[in-house]
Design a binder for this molecule. Structure first.
Ligand code: GDP
Length: 434
C-alpha cells in the first residue's frame, strides 16, 4: 500500500486534515484495555485507492527549536512516504521555515503535493499564485475546517502513487516481523535465526523505502523477515523517539502475516509491551508471543508455567497466541520458533467449508440456547466464512442487536474448539437475514 505523509509547520492544520482524510475509518473491533491508538498513522481511501497516512506532526521530537523539528519531520516523511503533502497556512504566506522544508523536500525527489490550508473563502483563493514560487507545481487551496478542495488535492496525490510492488503478494511466503521494546533482543533473535543450521538466507535490499527485508528458507518453506526500526539502527535522531518506533512497528505489522511479540524474561512485562502487542491484535495478524532471554531465568517447568500465567493475565486479548520461551543468546529452544510461526500462519489463512462450519454452529446452538432480549429471541440461521487473514465469519441472524458479546464469544470458542486456529484472531460479524 502506498504511504502518504503530511508535513508542515505547527498549527497549519495537519491534524485537522489528517482526521478529515481518515474520517471515521478507524474502527476498533473491540475494546482492548491498555491500548490507545496513536493518531499518527492510519488508513485512508480515495477513489479506488486505499493508502496509509502519516501525520508527521504527531511525532514530537523533544523540545528542539522549530527549524530542527521541521527538518526532522521532513526527513521522516522522505524516509517513509511515497507521496508527501506539504501543507502551508494560507493566512500567513510562505515563512522561512516553509522555505527550509521546501528545500529538503525538493532535494529528495519525492513527489510533493503542495496544499495551502485555511483558504476558507473565494477571495482568499486569489492569493494562491504566490505559492507557485516554491517550485512544486500547482498549489491546491484547501480548507480543512470546511472540507473544501480536498478532492482535487487527493486526485493529485493518487496520481503520484507508484505501481504496486508484486513481491509483496507472494501467497506461499510467510511474512513476519518482530516487535517489542528496545533491547528485548529483536536483532539478536533475527541473527540467531539466520545462523541456524539448514537455513538459507538472502537480503532483499530496499523492499520498501530504505528497509531491508531478509528472505529465509527452511525446508521448502520461504519466509521474509520484515525489517523494523530498532533492528537496523541508522543513528538518526528521531529513531530514538517512541512515536517513531510505534510508527515503524505499525508499518511492519501491516506487511506481516505473523507478528512475533517479544518479551524480556529478565525484566518482565512492562506497560509498553502491552501497547505494542495491542497493535498486532488490532491489525488482525497472527501473533506468537516470544519470551526471550530465557537463559537468565532459572528455568524449570514450574517457572515456565508461572511466566505463562503472568503473560496470559497481562495479554488477555491475545489468548489465542502461543507462547514460545527461548534464548536468542544461547539458542536454547530456538528450534521451536519456526514451527510456531508456520502453524500460526496456516491457521491465519485457513478456510472452513460452510457445511462443516454449520454443523459446528448447530451443535453449539443445541448446547447453549440463544439469548432472549426484551422478549425477543436471537435466531441464528447459518454462518459462512467470508475472509481469511484473519478468518472472518458472518453469522446470519434475525436481528444483529440480539447478538450479544457473550454469545459471540461463545460461538467463537466453539469454532476454536472445532478448528483450532491457534495463533490467529478470528472475527465474527452478525448480519440480518429474515
Ligand atoms: P533490540 O533492541 O530489541 O534489537 O535488542 P538487541 O538484539 O540489540 O539486544 C539487546 C541486548 O540484549 C543485547 O545486549 C543482547 O546481547 C542482549 N540479549 C539479546 N537476547 C538475549 C538472550 O536471549 N539472553 C541474554 N542473556 N541476553 C540477550
Amino acid at each position: 500500500k502506498s504511504v502518504v505523509a503530511i508535513v508542515g509547520r505547527p498549527n497549519v492544520g495537519k491534524s485537522t486534515i489528517f482526521n478529515r482524510l481518515v474520517g471515521e475509518r478507524i474502527s476498533i473491533v473491540e475494546d482492548i484495555p491498555g491500548v490507545t491508538r496513536d493518531r499518527i498513522y492510519s488508513q485512508a481511501e480515495w477513489l479506488n485507492h486505499t493508502f496509509n497516512l502519516i501525520d508527521t506532526g504527531g511525532i514530537e521530537i523533544g523540545d528542539e527549536p522549530l527549524l530542527v523539528q521541521m527538518r526532522q519531520q521532513a526527513e521522516i516523511a522522505i524516509d517513509e512516504a511515497d507521496v508527501i503533502i506539504f501543507l502551508l497556512n494560507g493566512r500567513e504566506g510562505i515563512t522561512a521555515a516553509d522555505e527550509e522544508v521546501a528545500k529538503l523536500l525538493y532535494k529528495s525527489n519525492k513527489p510533493v503535493v503542495l496544499a495551502v490550508n485555511k483558504m476558507d473563502n473565494p477571495e482568499m483563493r486569489e492569493n494562491i499564485y504566490e505559492y507557485y514560487s516554491l517550485g512544486f507545481g500547482e498549489p491546491f487551496p484547501i480548507s480543512g475546517s470546511h472540507g473544501l478542495g480536498l478532492g482535487d488535492m487527493l486526485d493529485d496525490v493518487v496520481r503520484h502513487f507508484p505501481q504496486l510492488d508484486e513481491e509483496e503478494d507472494d501467497e506461499e511466503t510467510i511474512y513476519f516481523s518482530l516487535i517489542g521494546r528496545p533491547n528485548v533482543g529483536k536483532s539478536s533473535l533475527v541473527n540467531a535465526m539466520l545462523n541456524e543450521e539448514r537455513v538459507i538466507v538472502s537480503e532483499i535490499e530496499g523492499t520498501t523505502r530504505d528497509a531491508v527485508d531478509t528472505r529465509l528458507t527452511k525446508g521448502d518453506q520461504d519466509f521474509v523477515i520484515i525489517d523494523t526500526a530498532g533492528m537496523r539502527k541508522r543513528g538518526k535522531v528521531y529513531e530514538a523517539t517512541e512515536k517513531y518506533s510505534v510508527l515503524r512497528a505499525l508499518r511492519a505489522i501491516e506487511r506481516s502475516d505473523v507478528v512475533l511479540v517479544l518479551i524480556d524474561a529478565e525484566t518482565g512485562i512492562r506497560e509498553q509491551d502491552k501497547k505494542i502487542a495491542g497493535y498486532a491484535h488490532e491489525a488482525g495478524r497472527a501473533v506468537v508471543i516470544v519470551v526471550n532471554k530465557w537463559d537468565t531465568v532459572n528455568a524449570g517447568e514450574k517457572t515456565m508455567k508461572e511466566f505463562e500465567t503472568n503473560v496470559r493475565a497481562h495479554f488477555q486479548y491475545l489468548d489465542y497466541a502461543p507462547i514460545v520461551f527461548l534464548s536468542a543468546k544461547t539458542k536454547k529452544r530456538l528450534h521451536t520458533l519456526i514451527p510456531a510461526i508456520t502453524s500460526a500462519s496456516e491457521n491465519h489463512s485457513k478456510r472452513i467449508s460452510t457445511n462443516v462450519l454449520n454443523d459446528v454452529i448447530m451443535d453449539a446452538l443445541a448446547m447453549n440456547p440463544t439469548p432472549t432480549v426484551k422478549g425477543r429471541r436471537l435466531k441464528v440461521l447459518y454462518a459462512t466464512q467470508v475472509a481469511v487473514k484473519p478468518p472472518t465469519f458472518v453469522v446470519f441472524v434475525n436481528d444483529p442487536d440480539l447478538m450479544h458479546f457473550s454469545y459471540r464469544r461463545f460461538l467463537e470458542n466453539k469454532i476454536r474448539d472445532a478448528f483450532g486456529f491457534v495463533g490467529t484472531p478470528i472475527r465474527i460479524f452478525a448480519r440480518r437475514r429474515q
